[in-house]
Design a protein around this ligand. Structure first.
Ligand SMILES: *Cc1c(COP(=O)(O)O)cnc(C)c1O
Length: 394
């Protein structure tokens, strides 16, 4: 099973990932293939990244063309696709100004800095952040400081000071933490890593109101739940809420490393100034070409509407498992971001699904996550359920 490539990784890489003994070589649509030619049905999308699936010919051709023209210029110069990608991101998110990063962590890092910079210009003296328990915002110091799992932060303390954690979906616990030092509240409208926990209508709208009443900025981390996954371009849109700052990454480039934070003009007016922030690679021509093309394909192929159409079938088939199998406690989630909570260890389940040729992802709270490429069809759900059932009886 352990081939030479896997061996080399084990010996030469810092061991921070618990990898499965599988070496993947190529992908096509909803499937990926290992070096032995074995097929895996993908319900992970590389952590909700490959929304358009693998080997998307039109996207690949566009990226190849861009590589042949130019793919790095630095941010001292303009590239047409950078402005156009930003314009499209603003249009679909309802924001006004974008900064491109290389990852999700960096997007959150920038959003936190932007919020502090806003307070600095306005001289409000506000610097504290309120984040949620069970949240995940990334691994850089700022991002990990607002991540609501002690195990991610503790080995690296002291982290960024001034962060307090409220209970997700408990508005009173947020109210208790608000004071005249509160600068911003950061949250995922649908927590991914934390176990697929959807915010309630009252919670999302309540936070918006609390922010408005108290002069606090609302930051929505849409890195995992955004870009069409829950049946809207961004999950906050399903709550009729507009944040002040939005962070994005993962699916916006379909796997080309790119992230972004975006803000309203009201925030931008008082926030980052020339020289305050930057990223050498951020928003390079290749990344921006990817974002521009991905959104173009989303629009033309009606990907968001497609998610709305197929998601109920995934929900139905997962609900059947809750009824059928004693080991499945419940289903959670929205759109094509679903979780099943088990009463048996999910690490083992994950290994067994791989043996059955199915990729899924574990989350906190004994949850298996289903994050298929958004191009998924009902027949893939049937195939997934078959493979999952085989894995569970293995
Ligand atoms: C993945 C993720 C991040 C971090 O993104 P990276 O690109 O890994 O830095 C931040 N927030 C959420 C909600 C995520 O799912």
């Amino acid at each position: 099973m352990v081939n030479k490539k896997i061996q080399a990784s084990e010996e030469n890489l810092i061991h921070v990932y618990n990898r499965f003994p599988v070496a993947l070589e190529r992908g096509d649509g909803m499937y990926v293939y290992d070096t032995d030619g074995r097929e895996y049905l993908d319900f992970a999308a590389g952590f909700a990244v490959t929304g358009l699936g693998y080997n998307h010919k039109e996207l690949n051709d566009t990226l190849k063309e861009q590589i042949d023209k130019i793919y790095h210029i630095s941010n001292l110069y303009y590239h047409e696709n950078c402005g156009e990608a930003a314009k499209e991101l603003n249009r679909i998110s309802g924001m006004d100004r974008v900064f491109f990063t290389n990852s999700g962590s960096e997007a959150n890092e920038g959003a936190l800095k932007a919020a502090r910079r806003y307070a600095y210009t306005k001289q409000t003296g506000r610097y504290e952040f309120i984040a949620m328990e069970n949240s995940f915002h990334g691994r850089s110091f700022g991002a990990v400081s607002v991540t609501g799992h002690d195990s991610y932060r503790e080995p690296f303390e002291p982290v960024v000071p001034g962060v307090r954690f409220a209970k997700f979906n408990d508005l009173d616990s947020v109210k208790e933490l608000i004071n005249d030092k509160t600068c911003a509240i950061i949250l995922e409208a649908l927590q991914g890593e934390g176990g697929i926990n959807l915010a309630s209508w009252e919670f999302m709208n309540g936070i918006r109101e609390l922010c408005d009443e108290n002069g606090i900025l609302m930051i929505c981390d849409e890195i995992q739940c955004g870009m069409g996954r829950t049946g809207d371009y961004f999950t906050y849109q399903g709550f009729g809420v507009k944040p002040d700052i939005v962070t994005m990454a993962k699916a916006i480039g379909n796997g080309i490393p790119v992230g972004a934070f975006a803000m309203t003009n009201d925030v931008a007016e008082y926030s980052l100034r020339p020289g305050d922030h930057g990223a050498t690679y951020g928003g390079n021509p290749l990344a921006c070409t990817a974002v521009k093309k991905v959104i173009e394909i989303f629009e033309r192929d009606h990907i968001v509407e497609h998610v709305r159409q197929v998601a109920p079938y995934l929900e139905k088939r997962l609900d059947e498992l809750v009824d059928e199998l004693d080991c499945v406690v419940r289903r959670k989630g929205k759109g094509l971001m679903q979780g099943l909570e088990f009463n048996i260890p999910v690490a083992e389940i994950n290994q067994k699904t791989i043996a059955e040729g199915l990729l899924v992802i574990q989350a906190q709270g004994n949850v298996i996550r289903f994050l298929p490429p958004l191009i998924m069809e009902e027949k893939h759900v049937d195939e997934m359920i078959e493979r999952l059932k085989r894995a569970l009886t293995r």
